[in-house]
Write a protein that binds this ligand. Structure first.
Ligand code: NAD
Length: 508
């Protein structure tokens, strides 16, 4: 799957079951964020590569759609077994190219495997509906057909899990698939593709292309692609939705987030501190469901913040590729480190109090790693940049408010709407928050309310563009189209020859 040149591997494309060279002339770098080392080169492909992959996928689709769904699901059962066997290797690959801790990487791979388990159940989920006698002698049925070639475009933050949100369900529904993984973390998807092949998936049903903007635009405009699943930042999600739908494709496009965490004074503060720390700084804050804006209500601020600063300040930050005991790893790239750092600078300039400042952190033995310590900016105002914009790093912004009403109002003005959480021991406060807060995924005393594979990932506002969400039954609906058949079989009319046929005697 990779060729080695001067000790740095170059990623190949997976087309029709074979690893082949890209026609790209430009290459990007894949780094180990813990060390800064270049571990692979990735071709920045365009329409040539995309067309080769899509043509292969289209040819494979014409055969694959005729394979009975139960046989397609059997490939997924075998795939799941292989993922279980190679679970640790996959998690290590995530650590190496992304920088998560091994515990975070394992958990993310498990979440991906759960989607494969869900896909094993597609035979039950893809069933249609039927009814007799909708009019006299008229019956009706609906069945679900696959769409054709589907494409997935994924972000850097979950190298195994987010691609697995997409193709197991798409493929089991009878589609073929072209994946364009993030150019920052393409290696884990390539590793997993070998297991799909080993599980018996026919050549061409699953393909991989590499690149960035040009590659994505080639997918969005290719006439043989019927559906696009996208996960990434809001600006690109919107572009993908608008361009894909303009070219006649079905699109589900998940964007960025600013997840509000409301802390009521009646919350269990010890538990809240631990949960908030995990939510804000887990995966170095690079999660679309990370708690990135704390909103303590009333006295909660004075109870929460000192305790949180003390606890988060003790987190062990370091190289996740050589030390399994690390609490928080690096961010994904040097550019991302610079972006997050400059947003912290801006937050401080706008009046935020850096009660915990990770900017000065130096990790021993990792001078070139992309490290930043946990950071908390307290006493911010609603209109500050770091309160409104997604940072996507280990930074918790904090706005103190007087009432739950103020906290709910802050949500109403938020451009995003992925997750929102309340910590409280009051059923009334929880109910009010659940019902009224302007976000699609709600946690009540749950820090990261990311739904399991059986439920949809229901982002709202600019956190999602489209109708049918990723995961759950909605994903089966997204990757299929319905066909309705209405049937009338009437008894022979009086006077016709068939009317006197003895086999109809009883009926007539
Ligand atoms: P990104 O938007 O930079 O990249 C996502 C994908 O888009 C990549 O495959 C990339 O190659 C491609 N891309 C980048 N620039 C492009 C352009 N100009 N035109 C076309 N395609 C382009 O996102 P990222 O930095 O890789 O990931 C982080 C973002 O993903 C965060 O905003 C995070 O909130 C979001 N995310 C959202 C969810 C969710 O479910 N809502 C889940 C995970 C991550």
């Amino acid at each position: 799957m990779v060729v080695t040149q001067d000790k740095v591997t170059t990623c190949k494309l997976l087309i029709n079951g074979a690893w082949v060279e890209s026609k790209a002339t430009e290459f990007g770098e894949v780094n180990n964020p813990s060390s800064g080392d270049v571990i692979a080169k990735v071709p920045m492909g365009g329409s040539d590569d995309v067309d080769r992959a899509v043509q292969a996928a289209h040819k494979a689709f014409l055969e694959w759609r005729e394979v009975p769904v139960v046989e397609r699901a059997r490939v997924m059962f075998k795939f799941k077994n292989l993922l279980d066997i190679h679970y640790e290797d996959i998690a290590k690959s995530v650590v190496r190219e992304h920088g998560k801790t091994i515990a975070e990487a394992r958990a993310s791979v498990m979440r991906g495997i759960e989607v494969v388990e869900f896909a094993c159940g597609v035979p039950s989920l893809i069933m249609g509906e039927s009814m007799e006698n909708i009019a006299r002698n008229v019956d009706i049925e609906t069945v679900r057909h696959p769409l054709g070639v589907c494409a997935g475009i994924t972000p850097f933050n979950f190298p195994a899990m987010v691609p697995l949100w997409m193709y197991p369900v798409a493929i089991t529904c009878g589609n073929s698939f072209v994946l364009k993984p993030s150019e920052k973390v393409p290696l884990t998807s390539m590793m997993i593709a070998e297991y799909l092949k080993e599980a018996g998936l026919p050549d061409g049903v699953f393909n991989i292309v590499h690149g960035g903007k040009d590659c994505v635009n080639a997918l969005l405009t290719h006439p043989l692609i019927k559906a696009i699943s996208f996960v990434g930042s809001t600006a690109i999600a919107k572009h993908v939705y608008e361009t894909g739908t303009k070219h006649g494709k079905r699109v589900q496009s998940a964007g960025g987030a600013k997840n509000h965490i409301i802390i009521m004074p009646d919350a269990d503060m010890d538990q809240t501190v631990q949960a908030l720390q995990a939510s804000a700084f887990g995966c170095a804050g690079e999660r679309c469901m990370a708690g990135s804006l704390a909103i303590p209500v009333g006295e909660a601020g004075d109870m929460l913040i000192p305790q949180l600063v003390e606890s988060a300040g003790k987190m062990k930050v370091g190289r996740t590729d050589v030390d399994d005991s690390i609490d928080m790893g690096p961010v994904v790239s040097r550019e991302h480190l610079a972006k997050v750092t400059s947003l912290i600078d801006k937050g401080v300039k706008e009046g935020g109090d850096p009660v915990l400042d990770g900017r000065k952190l130096k990790v021993k033995d990792a001078p070139n790693g992309y490290f930043l310590g946990p950071t908390i900016l307290d006493k911010l105002k609603a209109d500050n940049t770091v309160v409104r914009e997604e940072i996507f790093g280990p930074v918790l912004s904090c706005v103190r408010v007087d009432t739950i009403e103020d906290a709910i109002k802050l949500g109403e003005n938020c451009e995003y709407g992925n997750g929102a959480v309340i910590y409280t021991s009051s059923g009334r406060a929880a109910r009010e928050f659940k019902h009224r807060f302007n976000a699609g995924m709600i946690g009540i005393n749950v820090g990261v309310p990311a739904p399991m594979a059986w439920f949809p990932f229901t982002g709202w506002n600019n956190s999602f563009f489209g109708d049918l969400h990723i995961q759950g039954k909605e994903s089966v609906h997204f990757y299929t189209q319905q066909k309705m058949t209405m049937t009338r079989w009437v008894a022979p009319s009086k006077g016709s020859a068939k009317f006197h046929d003895p086999i109809w005697k009883a009926k007539s």
